[in-house]
Design a protein around this ligand. Structure first.
Ligand SMILES: NC(=O)c1ccc[n+]([C@@H]2O[C@H](COP(=O)([O-])OP(=O)(O)OC[C@H]3O[C@@H](n4cnc5c(N)ncnc54)[C@H](OP(=O)(O)O)[C@@H]3O)[C@@H](O)[C@H]2O)c1
Length: 309
């Protein structure tokens, strides 16, 4: 079985490479952005023609959430047109597409102990476990819009797809919130972190294992299962809680202050509530999901092991 992974040098791409060795029945083909630029349809087809993949995992994306506000064309080219190119190519080569999407397709928020997912209509979330795959998306920023339109072009182009929405991704690879917190803690005595956005961190290694589990458990009889799935770690926290746990595990003493989003303005608006309900992926694929604290601890151990901290 051949599994082609785009965006191989990104955080998730590297995490998939990290676990790939455990799966001897899969021939992984890892393509970085110069080997496979997903905005280039001709190149997509040439690479697929060379490897004839059974599955394509699209981790390639424009992920600079704030920068997307000032360069929307580039974000659309990668997240929407790139996704369409892959869907068209997958259709031509009968390849199953696993595409990664985001909690930023929503703009949910929490008010008086209840979560709502639409600022205009104020619709309450139906599931107490978080946003479900069937909740109506409502992106407010360019990044979220480009990712939602990426989902939609895939849905309209090629039925054999899995769209996996995830949130707050970190890992021992690339740049992410953990590494930023650890760097800042080495430079400063005090730190202010937003405490009114609720979500769930996701270890990219856990996400990688979940993607491979979907691939390995897939058979032709599963064709009705294509569609959108949520995946993050279990539990929920704020960015402040997340930072606090990083420092607790690593025994770092720092004056950590909780602040409100309005005290830390950013070009792109962040969802206030990003918790994803994982019932569907757990039920259908039997995926067991770790609590975010446990997975954070594993990642911090990995960073120590490779002397990155
Ligand atoms: N990070 C998060 O917190 C988060 C949260 C929710 C969802 N997600 C989604 O999860 C997925 C993986 O994210 P990540 O954190 O691994 O992102 P990442 O670290 O930014 O990696 C993205 C990769 O995509 C590559 N890329 C950019 N343009 C490309 C193109 N035209 N063709 C091929 N590759 C291209 C980049 O390569 P270059 O470096 O060479 O440009 C980079 O290696 C994305 O779909 C993202 O939207 C991420």
């Amino acid at each position: 079985m051949v599994v082609l992974v785009t965006g191989a040098n990104g955080q998730l791409g590297q995490a998939i490479q990290f676990v790939a060795g455990k799966y001897s029945t899969i021939d992984f083909v890892f393509c970085n952005s110069s080997e496979l630029d997903i905005t280039n349809l001709v190149q997509c087809k040439a690479v697929f023609d060379q490897y004839k993949p059974n599955f394509c995992v699209n981790t390639a994306a424009y992920t600079a959430v704030d920068k997307a506000e000032s360069e929307p064309e580039k974000a659309f080219a990668i997240n929407t047109n790139g996704a369409e190119n892959l869907a068209l190519t997958c259709k031509e080569f009968d390849t199953i597409l696993l595409h990664i999407s985001t909690d930023f397709v929503f703009d949910a928020y929490f008010l008086n102990g209840k979560a709502f997912y639409d600022r205009e209509l104020r619709l309450p979330l139906k599931s107490g476990l978080g946003l479900r795959e069937t909740d109506v998306p409502f992106p407010t920023g360019i990044y979220g819009l480009t990712k939602l339109q990426g989902e939609q072009v895939i849905q309209g182009t090629w039925e054999k797809h899995f769209i996996i929405r995830t949130s707050w991704v970190y890992s021992q690879f690339g740049n992410n919130f953990i590494k930023t917190m650890l760097r800042l803690a080495s430079e400063k005595d005090s730190l202010s972190v937003v405490n009114d956005q609720i979500g769930t961190p996701t270890n990219a290694v856990d996400l990688s294992e979940a993607l491979i589990k979907i691939i390995l458990s897939f058979n032709v009889g599963h064709s009705k299962l294509f569609g959108i799935y949520n995946f993050s770690n279990e539990g929920k926290c704020t960015w402040y809680d997340f930072a606090k746990e990083i420092f607790r595990i690593n025994n770092i003493q720092i004056n950590l202050k909780p602040i409100e989003t309005k005290e830390y303005p950013t070009p792109a608006k962040r969802p206030k509530y990003s918790v994803l309900d994982k019932t569907k992926i757990k039920t259908i694929f039997g995926i067991k999901i770790n609590d975010w604290r446990d997975s954070l601890s594993v990642c911090l151990q990995q960073l120590k092991k490779y002397n990155e901290i």
